[in-house]
Design a protein around this ligand. Structure first.
Ligand SMILES: C[S@@+](CC[C@H](N)C(=O)[O-])C[C@H]1O[C@@H](n2cnc3c(N)ncnc32)[C@H](O)[C@@H]1O
Length: 315
């Protein structure tokens, strides 16, 4: 047995545990991190007494503490105890666990833990009205949308068709194997290249959506984000999408609901003033795609354009 120069280590451990209060404190700290005030509430002893016992237990290597905010949290150092101490604790624990004092401690512990939970619930109920603003102040208002791209399978090759300046490619690239961005405009592709500098799994190609520069059955998924309204013959582009998707591959379209902003034709070259649900469904069905779903997106109060829908389908 190890000796510390004066006496066997087990005798030091026995000294630490031989006090009933210390054993009770250890029982409480075995599974939970508590502040001194909370421990006082559980064992119903004054702070000076509890602090003295905690010091002795810390000196004996039985508890440790860490700072959190303005308080210190104490816990038993169960996993770091030497084998002798662990065996001794099991024995002592067995003797202490069913004593009335320990039973009452456990009940008070439960109520203190419940109070903690209520405190955090109170925080959320009192700040429910402000939470949205706090969330936005702390983290911005887009992170959850960007994070949702992690639902994509990391083995996927995804087509960003009509990729423009590469906004969608940039969101998808961290989560999938490869993104193939296609656009007819050299200027847009140049901007996309700038945005995606340093991203090595995006392949930008110049080409027409009606004759995609992609071989058959290469993509696990394809997206046409705000593109369809530019195409005089959207059915041609969707036939191409069906060609380049693998069996089971999926397409995701975002575009405008029907609107009357004629000016968009001249200003931005829009061909279609939005799409009604049955029009989109027909386009997808005619391209041989199934499992079609269309959902109107909730309006963004800061957006000035027409409302949007998302449509999905599978090959
Ligand atoms: C409104 S932008 C949308 C860009 C991007 N998807 C986004 O969400 O920011 C439409 C893009 O589609 C491209 N486009 C329009 N017609 C096209 C066609 N027939 N073939 C390929 N790209 C086309 C345009 O060059 C433009 O970059």
């Amino acid at each position: 047995m190890r000796m510390n120069g004066r006496s066997p280590v087990i005798l030091d451990h026995l000294t630490s545990l031989a006090d009933a209060t210390r054993s009770r404190i250890l029982m409480v700290l075995e599974r939970h991190e508590l502040t001194v005030t909370e421990i006082c509430g559980v064992v119903q002893l004054p702070q000076s007494t509890v602090s003295r016992h905690l010091r002795a237990l810390a000196d004996g290597g039985w508890v440790n503490s860490r700072a959190e905010g303005t308080s210190n949290l104490y816990a038993m150092t169960r996993d770091e105890l030497d084998a002798t101490a662990r065996r001794l604790w099991l024995l002592v624990r067995e003797g202490v666990v069913s004593t009335p004092a320990a039973t009452h401690d456990q009940r008070r512990l439960q109520s203190i833990l419940a109070k903690r939970r209520t405190k955090s619930q109170e925080f959320f109920s009192s700040s429910a009205g402000q939470w949205d603003r706090m969330r936005e102040d702390l983290f911005g208002d887009r992170f959850h949308l960007t994070a949702l791209a992690a639902f994509a399978d990391q083995r996927w090759v995804v087509g960003d068709l009509g990729c423009g300046t590469g906004q969608v490619s940039a969101v998808l690239a961290p989560f999938v194997k490869r993104v193939v961005g296609v656009d007819a405009s050299a200027a847009m592709l140049q901007a996309a290249r700038r945005r995606l500098r340093g991203v090595d799994n995006v392949d930008l190609r110049r080409g027409e959506l009606e004759a995609l520069p992609i071989d058959d059955a290469q993509l696990d998924a394809a997206t046409l984000m705000l593109v369809l309204h530019h195409l005089p013959e959207p059915e041609k582009a969707l036939a191409e999408v069906a060609r380049v998707l693998k069996p089971g591959g999926r397409v995701l379209i975002v575009d405008m609901l029907p609107h009357d902003r004629e000016g968009y034709r001249k200003q931005m070259g829009h061909v279609w003033l939005g799409f009604a649900e049955d029009h989109v469904q027909r386009l997808l069905v005619d391209a041989g795609l199934g499992e079609i779903r269309t959902v109107n997106l909730p309006p963004d109060h800061r957006a000035k354009g027409p409302e949007l829908f998302v449509a999905t389908g599978h090959r």
